[in-house]
Ligand binder design. Structure first.
Ligand SMILES: Cc1ncc(COP(=O)(O)O)c(C=O)c1O
Length: 361
């Protein structure tokens, strides 16, 4: 028997399963399983990445000052209270690693993003799953689940995979009710899809115990490049920076992210197209007898009669080259999560679900 053993919690981790990208034997495939931007990144971001590739022999900046300044300008936040990471996943990891350990509890919710329990286990803490109410985060249930061991509460707002959200007053009430020593993490990976929502910036600025995370992977179409950021009180940013590797972001990542941010008209076009097509698809599905909650994101959680129907629909969509996401692992076995693609993808998916519902398969 080997005496070489991993740290406590590591073997409890269920590996993260990403969205599928291929269907055996089908060539014209549309991937609607990872909430990616169907239009790709801003052309400005692609050009900036190409230009930065001429400087690959240079180390990148360690403090990300230029990107943080751009984030400050565009999102009206203090750049000194911003930290950048390899995707928002890395920022979430800094938070778990810095504030939770063996004996501590990390709260996430019933249908919450699957990285939260993974991050809790990875630092030896105990993940605690709290029930939602009809696929919406329930702050009373979270507060009731808090103990003197609670260190972190992770909430995605808007949430993945439900697409629902709670308002900022509810978030503020949650932050206020947490035990001393516990942090509220507002994961804003989808915040840009909700017009007028600041992702929690204003709450961070008036609280001591709130951190917001954001990503370049969704509306900015840079999932392949891996860039995210967090916003928190200075004392927390100072802690997180101590566990961050000095060169965690490359010159290419930094340049592309800054250019993407500054192309605000591209971002706005993506947001408004997403909103229009999301409304269209939700209505088309509703007309076919497939319900969904109002979504605040770039996907719809389509609800079927039961798991058998959801699985059969998923299998039929695959034969049509349409890859959506099964979410049984999120406690939603009768649902499929469908990313809002471009107009033709939305029409294709609605058409195929129509064929499936009418038995024309
Ligand atoms: C709710 C939520 N948070 C965080 C992430 C991680 O995003 P990133 O690509 O920035 O690591 C995702 C990605 O799907 C997500 O859905």
């Amino acid at each position: 028997m080997t005496k070489i053993k991993p740290q406590p919690g590591i073997m409890e981790i269920d590996l993260y399963v990403g969205g599928a990208a291929h269907v055996e034997g089908v060539s014209d495939v549309v991937k609607l399983s990872s909430n990616e931007n169907p239009y790709g990144p801003s052309p400005e971001a692609s050009s900036a990445a190409r230009r930065a590739s001429y400087e690959l022999h240079r180390y990148p900046s360690t403090d990300h000052a230029q990107l943080r300044a751009a984030i400050g300008e565009i999102h009206d936040v203090d750049p000194d209270n911003v930290i950048c990471g390899v995707g928002s996943d890395e920022v979430l990891q800094f938070i778990a690693q810095s504030y939770a350990g063996p004996g501590d509890e990390v709260i996430y919710t019933e249908h919450g993003f699957s990285m939260y329990p993974i991050l809790a286990h990875a630092c030896g803490a105990t993940p605690v799953k709290v029930a939602e109410q009809n696929r919406v985060v329930d702050i009373d249930a979270i507060l009731a689940a808090c103990t003197d061991k609670t260190r972190i509460v992770f909430i995605a707002n808007p949430a993945n995979p439900t697409g629902t959200m709670i308002d900022l007053d509810a978030c503020a009430q949650l932050a206020k009710g947490l035990p001393a020593g516990a942090l509220l993490v507002l994961d804003g990976a989808y915040a840009e899809f909700e017009a007028g929502y600041d992702g929690g910036v204003s709450l961070v600025e008036r609280s001591e115990n709130v951190i917001m995370t954001r990503t370049f992977s969704k509306i900015y179409g840079l999932g392949g490049l891996r860039i995210g950021w967090g916003y928190a009180p200075r004392t927390i940013i100072d802690v997180l920076n101590r566990v961050r590797q000095p060169f965690n972001l490359s010159t290419v990542q930094l340049a592309a992210a800054e250019a993407a941010l500054r192309d605000t008209s591209f971002t706005e076009k993506c947001r408004s197209d997403n909103e229009r097509l999301r409304r269209w698809l939700a209505t088309a599905l509703e007309d076919l007898g497939v319900a969904s909650d109002p979504s605040h994101t770039n996907f719809i959680l389509a609800r079927f009669a039961d798991q058998d129907e959801a699985d059969a629909c998923d299998a039929y969509l695959k034969t049509q080259g349409l890859i959506v996401r099964k979410v049984a692992g999120y406690g939603l076995p009768n649902c499929l999560r469908i990313t809002i693609g471009d107009e033709s993808s939305c029409r294709r998916v609605a058409h195929a679900i129509g064929q499936f519902k009418r038995g024309e398969t």
